[in-house]
Design a protein around this ligand. Structure first.
Ligand code: ADP
Ligand code: MG
Length: 253
């Protein structure tokens, strides 16, 4: 079951650097949102706040109606127990630019590891599910390969399958095709497009405007730690309301 994500008045810092400066973003269950914006605008930090990888300084994040963390100016941090954090994190899939597969594990082992260790699935059940997922990303037959034996595009498709093996309610992608040779980008975007078609909630940081145009329900433009504007891709990409959005799009399109 997909879940929605609700981000309100979110602030985050690195040391004294105020990186997220009051982000409001509602993502409905099953919605596909592409997050665009200049380098350093806070896109990765925003995803990291949803997944407990980044402390929240102020504001709230909810996933599936459940509080991920919050703090009001002056208040003590709302502390979740480590077990709650682990459970919430297990329900949120994350795909990074650099695949981050376990290099010493085969494809199948990469997909079986977390469901067995965290979800307490029986190994045989986890393997059955893993094989189906490997097939779903078009790599049936490669279950015994090691990551280094796969192309970057194949590794990223396995990284997506690994995230899906946890049956997440939300999938976060942080520039999933940025490290790939151009000819390998399409196969990864194809897997993501298929996933979007299944009703998965997806937040995708990407510079692939073609993907945003075809697969996103909404595009959100972030700059200097704030949402500048958001709208349907056809409207926002062709006819942005804000000068900053237009300047950015003139650069990337
Ligand atoms: P984006 O993903 O949009 O490029 P980030 O969220 O990675 O932006 O970074 C936002 C800002 O935070 C940038 O100015 C960046 O330099 C700074 N930043 C990111 N990560 C760190 C870090 N680990 N330590 C200090 N500053 C960081
Ligand atoms: Mg980034």
């Amino acid at each position: 079951m997909s879940a929605g994500v609700s981000i309100r008045a979110l602030h985050a810092y690195y040391g004294a650097t105020h990186v997220l400066r009051g982000v409001d973003l509602e993502v409905a269950a099953g919605e596909v949102v592409c997050l665009i914006g200049p380098s350093g605008s806070g896109k990765s930090t925003l995803l990291r706040c949803v997944n407990h990888l980044q402390p929240i300084a102020a504001g709230t994040v909810h996933v599936g109606g459940e509080l991920i963390g919050h703090r009001r100016h002056g208040d003590a941090l709302h502390e979740l127990k480590p077990r709650q954090v682990a459970r919430q994190r297990a329900g949120i899939g994350m795909v990074f630019q650099n695949f981050n597969l376990f290099p010493h594990l085969t494809v199948l082992e990469n997909l079986v590891e977390a469901p067995v260790a965290v979800r307490r699935l029986r190994r045989a059940d986890a393997e059955e599910r893993a094989r189906a997922l490997v097939a779903r990303v078009g790599l049936a037959g490669r279950e015994g390969s090691y990551p280094r034996q796969l192309s970057g595009g194949q590794q990223q498709r396995i990284a997506i399958a690994r995230a899906l093996a946890m049956e997440p309610a939300v999938m976060l992608f942080d520039e999933p095709t940025s490290a790939l040779d151009p000819e390998l980008v399409g196969e990864v975007l194809g897997v993501m497009r298929d996933l979007a078609g299944t009703g998965m909630t997806m937040v995708v940081v990407t510079h692939e405007m073609g993907f945003a145009r075809e697969a996103a329900d909404r595009v959100v433009f972030l700059d200097e730690g704030r949402v500048v504007e958001s709208g349907p891709p056809a409207r926002l990409l062709a006819d942005p309301e804000q000068a900053r959005t237009r300047a950015f799009l003139d650069h990337v399109l």
